[in-house]
Every structure is written in structure tokens, then in C-alpha cells.
Design a protein around this ligand. Sequence first.
Ligand SMILES: *Cc1c(COP(=O)(O)O)cnc(C)c1O
Length: 400
Amino acid sequence: MTQLPTDTIDFSLHQETRLIHEGSIRSQFGETSEALFLTQGHVYANAEEAEARFTGESPGYQYARFSNPTVDMFERRIAAFEGAESARATATGMAAVTAALVGQLKAGDHVVAARALFGSCRYVVEEFLPRFGVPTTLVDGTDLDAWRAAVRPQTKTFFLESPANPTLELVDIAGVAQIARSAGATLVVDNVFASPVWQKPLALGADCVVYSATKHIDGQGRCLGGVVLASEAFIQAHIQTYLRQTGPAMSPFNAWVMLKSLETLPLRVGRQTQTAGAIADALQGHGKLVRLVYPKAGHHPQAALAERQMGGGSTLVAIEVKGGKAAAFRFLNALRIVRISNNLGDAKSLVTHPATTTHQRFTPEQRAEMGVGEGLVRLSVGLEHPDDLIADLTAALDSV
Ligand SMILES: *Cc1c(COP(=O)(O)O)cnc(C)c1O
């Protein structure tokens, strides 16, 4: 983020208000809607100005791998919503996860991570980091004693997802943050499943939050993107130079889409969550289900923790169909409105069979350890009318 003047918003205003206005940088044309600055670079009035721009004495932009006005607006707006001092946008969610971890680590350091992770996140901690001399210990994230026991003198950072993909298992973020702090380690939270609307890990003691902006932040299935949020000190120490020099920058076009999407984020996620709750209520106890998991009282073994650390439920529902893979496939194939896709957070309701798609590369033992059974189905609830979705899901389940 640069030091250029932007729409400065009163911090006492509601978050919904700040999401509409925060971070706007108007050009000399005084446009209402934020402009898309589709440019690789910027020209300088003279050589002295170019020099001052590179020393940082003159505010402004140089090159789109470092920063861009549209990307800058996106970063300011999401930082305001998260309650973070600073944000850096990335090309994808995985670029954000990788930056948040690699940016802090060097050979000889050690990482502790919850084992219930999005497949690519688990690859980064379990296979990629050890290749560069950073061993990782995977723990049952729900067990605070397991986090404590995994700490070594070399432990540099903790990493977790809550709710986790696809089981919606929760981790006590404040509890883990405290253990990290007393071990002299940092805590990075992948907050995709809760979305910035329902959970604020920084306020719970985390040092860094990452998002795949591809999911709820875009919210309409168009662009890939990611973002790393933390204190200015954390960004300067660990993220800024890594991103600038290795180059996983967000494209200005994608930043423009994401920036405009932030204006409707609470509306969309609020409605999707309401519908997901109604679906959980409607399907709970259905004869064709082994279980249904949704982070809300009556639907989750950790409902008290959900109540404590989340402002709302989730846009995702996990269900386990009786009869394993064959029954799960019959359910998916019988759906007429809900579409089969491995994505989530879209306006269109989407359904995934993790064991054969997102978690296919794991052994059955590893999947069982993560709670990913053969009958497990992950539902990402969209913006369709709740009655139509409940009718579609119920009819498909009845037909299994
Ligand atoms: C999708 C996802 C990611 C990766 O995001 P991309 O934008 O696809 O790179 C990381 N973590 C979680 C929890 C996700 O759902």
C-alpha cells in the first residue's frame, strides 16, 4: 500500500459502510466507481522523481509486480474490513498461504500445523517445506495438548484452518494463539471457510490471516486471488520483500473484480449463511444421512466453540450419506439445481465429493485421519431461493 491520499473513513463507522468507501483512490476524472488501472508501469516527470519513487521519498507506484492503484484499493478495503493494519494481495489463495509461511521461515525452523487442511495447504506444510529443511509436525488441531506437545525450540510458526475443509472441524484459535505466543512462535490462520464476515482471527490472537479471495470475496466464480493480512511490522518483516521479489502479484483486473465484490460481501455471505442454516435444519435427521455437520447449536460437536469465536455459522454444510461412495454419487447425480464442482463460496450452490476430488491424492488412512469418509459430501450454499435448494437436496437424498 502506498501513502497516496484515499477516501479516509471514520473508524467508528460500521463495517458495511467502510466496505463501500474505504480505500478509494480517485483519478483526476472524479469517477464514482473505482477505476481499473490496467497498466504494468508508471511514467515519471523527470529522473529525480524516478529516483525519489524508488527511495520511497515520493509516494506513488512503479511497477505492477510491486503495487498498482487498483490492487492498492483492494488491499486497503479488505484490511479495513479485517481490522488489520496492512494487507498484500496475491495471484491465488495458495500464493498467499505460501507467502505467509515461506516469508517467515528458513532452513532449520520447525512448523506445527493442524492435520485437517485444504489439500494444497497440506502439501505445502507436509511435503514442500521439508524439502527446504523445515520439518513439520501435523497435529489433531482440536487437541490443545497436542499443539503444546509438538513445540520444539526451533518452532517458528503454527498454521491452521477453522472451520477446516471439508469436515468443518473447529480449532480453538485463541487457545492455539496463546500456546504459540508462549512458545515464541507466530500463528497463521487460513480463514477461508469462516470468511472475514464471521471470524476475525487477528482479534483472537493470530499474527497473520490468509484468504483465497477466489471463494467468498469474489463470490461469483470469476477470478483467482488471495490476500495476506497482518500488522504493518509483520508485513514488512516477512511478506513485502518476498512478494516483491518472487512475483505472485494479483492482476489489476482481478483486484478490480474483488474490490467491487467486497461491497456486497456481508450481504451475500449473510444470505448464504441463513440459507445454509435452513438447509442444516431441514436435512438434520434425514434417514439417508449418517451425520450432518454445521457450525451452529444442534448441528456441531463443537457448537460452544463456534458460538465463542464465530459471529455466524458458515456458508458450507458437510453431510455424510449412508452407503459410502456409491450412495454419495447417486445423491450428487440426482441434484438438479445444485451443481457438482470442487469450488466454493460461489453464488451458485455447489456440491463436492472430497474423497474422489479435492482429497483424492491422500491414502484412505490419511483421509480417515482427516475425517474424510467415502460418503462425505461438502455443500457450498449459494444465493438461490432456500426453498428451491431444500426441495432439490431433499428429493436427491430421498432417491438414494
Ligand atoms: C481454495 C482454498 C485455498 C486455495 O485458494 P486458491 O485461490 O484456489 O489458490 C486455500 N485454503 C482454503 C481453505 C481453500 O478453500
